[in-house]
Design a protein around this ligand. Structure first.
Ligand SMILES: NC(=O)C1=CN([C@@H]2O[C@H](COP(=O)(O)OP(=O)(O)OC[C@H]3O[C@@H](n4cnc5c(N)ncnc54)[C@H](O)[C@@H]3O)[C@@H](O)[C@H]2O)[C@@H](O)CC1
Ligand SMILES: [K+]
Length: 502
């Protein structure tokens, strides 16, 4: 069964949901949060004797830590609570949690104690959650760094302290959790940029709050349930013309491989026919490993196509510019990748032409390409990947995938998705070309841009994950190897969808 695509909210959304769900809630949300975190913590210490260290901060995240500490005390487990701020300045809920902890006989220490001889059973970071507003420094930076070095399991409450909730940026330094218990819903920062390196395994504790019931989410984590309705079995009475003509335009001298990788991916994800238009006059006439592909001169692609990708190995020559310009005016689903994006960034007239298109456009930038398109630097894109992807989709009226750790899929209407499949072994040449081929194949088969982009992006990462489980990667995974795994997984999804009656 396909898992639901969980909602994701930035801080403002979580605050709004809290404000609506909190009044009169019994037990209070903080009581629920502390208890839920304690339940996750119990699972981490099943076979681990010894004391638990909880580091509590000056806000409500610290309050959650005191609720959790009280539960462990009451269960007879040794807890050391480190708290170095002024309890008189706690917000109301945290003040109650602190008082209850003290009333249960709990004490605090004002500096991080040395680890006991047999180590901590677990260390818990309840320093800062969604209320982090500036970089960690001084004492809290030291605490976070030394807690991150503890070899025990390390649990972050709501957010790893130091991680910006909306962007996944590390502010100063950041707790490196092995596990994170996050409340109410997922947050973007857990899933993109530096989030996955710091959050570890994520458990979402909803606290009996129906987040989507209070606030319609704009963001979701990518799961096949989002496009399951597209995973239809093929009709027996069909032929290659039923599954579209896909084409890849690129392959300038020295870069034919990029176009061939994209074309191979389009072939193995089910396009009826696949053409590759290659700019290199000396390009091979046949792909010997895949003679099914129809290799043509770049200017000789058929008039009738179902979907066209421009970019893999395209280069930035005048002829590349001319071909791109002509492609943009074609009334078909269009994927723009690599140098097509760089040419677009340098030419406002091309951008206007993209914006004027009525057929779907998909953009697949990595952060530097996105920066060129937005006229900013790469750091600005990375500092707020979500905003960058949405800005591109809005400006160019296109669906965008901003690649990188936690790829962001943005729609022109302001909805967005974060993909959590894949691993750093995918940081190798040709991976983007394969993604482009996968997207193009689905567009050629009649999928809408949103579903094609979501499915291809998720599939791309899932294929890499499956290969890594079999020892093919993460290190040394090559883009070509991904294509067969993607095909096999996609067929598995089709079987699953049929079994579940989609
Ligand atoms: N509001 C609620 O009812 C609930 C809140 N919950 C918890 O409360 C958290 C949010 O609480 P808060 O809004 O109090 O925020 P935090 O507890 O995350 O932190 C806010 C406090 O940290 C200070 N601060 C921010 N950045 C700092 C830095 N770099 N160095 C030093 N101090 C810094 C702020 O001035 C403020 O005192 C959530 O993440 C969650 O853990 C949960 O208990 C669920 C219910
Ligand atoms: K925390």
């Amino acid at each position: 069964m396909f898992l639901p695509a969980q909602p994701i909210y930035p801080v403002a959304g979580i605050r709004e949901i809290e404000a609506r769900a909190m009044p009169g809630a019994k037990p209070s949300l903080m009581e629920r949060a502390g208890r839920a975190a304690a339940e996750d913590a119990v699972r981490l210490i099943m076979d681990r004797p010894g004391p638990i260290l909880v580091a509590c901060g000056p806000g409500n995240n610290g309050g959650d830590g005191f609720v959790l500490a009280r539960h462990f005390r009451q269960a007879g487990r040794e807890v050391v609570a480190a708290f170095a701020d002024d309890a008189a300045r706690f917000p109301a809920d945290a003040a109650t949690a602190y008082a209850n902890y003290r009333n249960s006989g709990g004490d605090t220490v004002s500096s991080l104690p040395a680890a006991p001889a047999d180590g901590w059973a677990l260390v818990i970071d309840a320093l800062f959650g969604i209320g982090l507003t500036r970089p960690l420094e001084g004492r809290y930076a030291q605490w976070v760094d030394s807690l991150s070095r503890v070899p025990s399991p390390r649990l972050a409450i709501d957010m790893p302290s130091g991680l910006d909730t909306d962007s996944g940026r590390v502010l100063g330094t950041c707790f490196r959790a092995t596990h994170t218990t996050t409340f109410i819903a997922l947050k973007p920062g857990l899933l993109t940029l530096d989030g996955p390196d710091h959050a570890g395994e994520i458990s979402v504790q909803r606290l009996d709050v129906d987040a989507a019931g209070w606030l319609q989410p704009l963001g979701r984590a990518v799961r096949p349930s989002l496009f399951a309705h597209r995973l239809q079995p093929r009709r027996r009475n069909s032929h290659k013309g039923s599954y579209g003509d896909a084409a890849i335009l690129g392959g300038a001298p020295g870069m034919c491989g990029a176009a061939l990788l994209a074309a191979r991916a389009a072939l193995w994800l089910g396009s009826g026919r696949v053409f590759a238009g290659l700019l290199d006059d000396a390009a091979p006439r046949v792909d010997v490993a895949h003679p099914e592909l129809m290799l043509r001169a770049a200017s000789a692609l058929p008039e009738q196509l179902s979907a066209l990708a421009v970019g893999p190995g395209l280069g930035q020559s005048d002829s590349a510019h001319g071909l791109l310009s002509a492609a943009i005016t074609r009334d078909l689903a269009l994927v723009l990748d690599a140098d097509a994006l760089n040419l677009l960034a340098a030419d406002p007239a091309l951008q206007a032409a993209v914006t004027a298109r009525s057929a779907p456009t998909v953009l697949t930038p990595h952060p530097s390409e996105a920066a060129r398109l937005l006229g900013c630097d790469t750091a600005t894109v990375q500092n707020d990947r979500l905003a960058a992807a949405l800005a591109l989709s809005g400006r160019l009226r296109a669906h965008t995938v901003l690649k990188g750790c936690g790829s962001i899929v943005a729609c022109p209407d302001g909805r967005w998705f974060i993909n959590d499949s894949g691993h750093p072994g995918m940081a190798s040449a040709g991976m983007g070309d394969v993604l482009t081929g996968l997207i193009t194949a689905l567009l050629a088969q009649g999928w809408d841009a949103e579903c094609a982009l979501l499915a291809a992006t998720h599939l791309h990462g899932c294929a890499a994950d499956r290969l890594a489980r079999d020892g093919i990667g993460p290190v040394g995974l090559s883009a070509g190897e991904l294509i067969g795994a993607a095909r096999s997984l996609f067929n598995g999804w089709l079987t699953e969808a049929a079994r579940n009656g989609f």
